[in-house]
Design a protein around this ligand. Structure first.
Ligand SMILES: [Zn+2]
Length: 339
């Protein structure tokens, strides 16, 4: 873990927390400056991976270990985030005033958190769909945030798709990752990210579609992120055994709004070697993620280990070979030809 840049304070130590905030802010500034200075030439990297996520922190929670692993292998990892996560709940009392119903400053704060998280994952290419702040976090269905005309849920789909096609044609990823049609768990921004990504995946390969956005590009594979029910159940059982708090208040993985049957999982990326980077990135998303919560505190770090393997469902493209022990792919690029 990069403790030098991301110190973890004892709870309640105000001074330490201020120091950590300052360090994170400095890291964010450094990353922003680097992003402007570094001119990425996508085709310099033979393997290119594009991930489309809804809010800052989704990339780390669902795919952070995968991103760190591929970045470490010199794959060009490009993250597109669709909103700034303005409507998120603020877990840190000191900055509770940033919440949407108070100062409404959470989006800008999360830009810094995301930049620090990318620093931790060593991912250099991160962008906001349509530019920073183009679309706002939609909040949950039925809330006032979801009625706003500037929210991503109400985005003009054609415009959003064009923005993503431009990125796909520039970066030319062989592999694209986003959520399933339910957005994983039903959040409107996740559902919208799914719709936009699927449409852009198709459109980018059509030479008749917006030729001014660049030469057509056909990515080889499209994946949904997924959490197998067995993994969720193991977490629930481990928490119960430890006598700790319950896991989202349920006894069975069947009662959770996310989680898929194990047999639909096509791909398991074992990135436990990069778990430290993922945990550091989770710490960077301090306003949203409580890394020192009960799940993480489990003895022998069951919780942390569970986060080192990430799962996917291949929905477009040829499935690559499995291994001796499993017919699941272990590599998102399995079977993909690249220069
Ligand atoms: Zn999200």
């Amino acid at each position: 873990m990069t403790d030098a840049t991301l110190p973890s304070p004892e709870p309640g130590e105000r001074l330490e927390q201020d120091v950590e905030s300052a360090v994170l802010a400095a890291a964010a500034t450094a990353v922003d400056a680097a992003a402007e200075a570094v001119d990425i030439v996508p085709l310099d990297s033979p393997r290119r991976l594009l991930l489309v996520h809804a809010h800052p922190d989704d990339e780390t929670i669902g795919t952070g270990a995968t991103m760190a692993k591929y970045a470490a292998e010199n794959v060009l990892v490009t993250l597109v985030t669709c909103t700034l996560g303005e409507e998120g709940e603020v877990l840190v009392p000191e900055i509770a005033h940033l919440a949407a119903d108070r100062d409404d400053g959470l989006g800008q704060h999360r830009v810094g958190e995301l930049a620090a998280a990318m620093e931790a994952l060593r991912v250099k290419d991160h962008r906001y769909l349509g530019g920073m702040g183009r679309w706002r976090d939609s909040g949950m269905m039925g809330t006032p945030a979801n009625e706003r005309s500037d929210c991503f849920w109400r985005a003009d789909l054609d415009e959003a798709v064009r923005e993503l096609v431009a990125v796909i044609r520039e970066v030319r990823p062989q592999v694209v990752v986003t959520y399933d049609e339910n957005g994983g768990y039903g959040h409107p921004d996740h559902i919208q990210a799914h719709r936009v990504t699927v449409a852009a995946f198709e459109a980018s390969s059509d030479p008749a579609y917006a030729p001014e956005l660049g030469e057509r590009w056909q990515p080889s594979k499209l994946y949904w992120t997924a959490v197998p029910k067995s993994v969720l159940q193991a977490g629930i059982d481990a928490l119960k055994e430890s006598g700790g708090t319950d896991f989202f208040g349920v006894d069975s993985a069947d009662d959770l709004p996310f989680g898929v049957a194990d047999d639909v999982i096509t791909t398991e990326v074992d990135a436990r070697d990069h778990l430290d980077a993922k945990v550091a990135a989770m710490r960077a998303h301090k306003s949203q993620i409580e890394v020192d919560g009960p799940f993480f505190a489990l003895s022998d770090h069951v919780g942390q280990r569970a986060f080192g393997r990430e799962h996917y469902i291949l929905v477009r493209g040829e499935r690559g070979p499995g291994s001796e022990t499993s017919d699941r792919e272990s590599d998102l690029f399995a079977g993909v030809e690249h220069p």
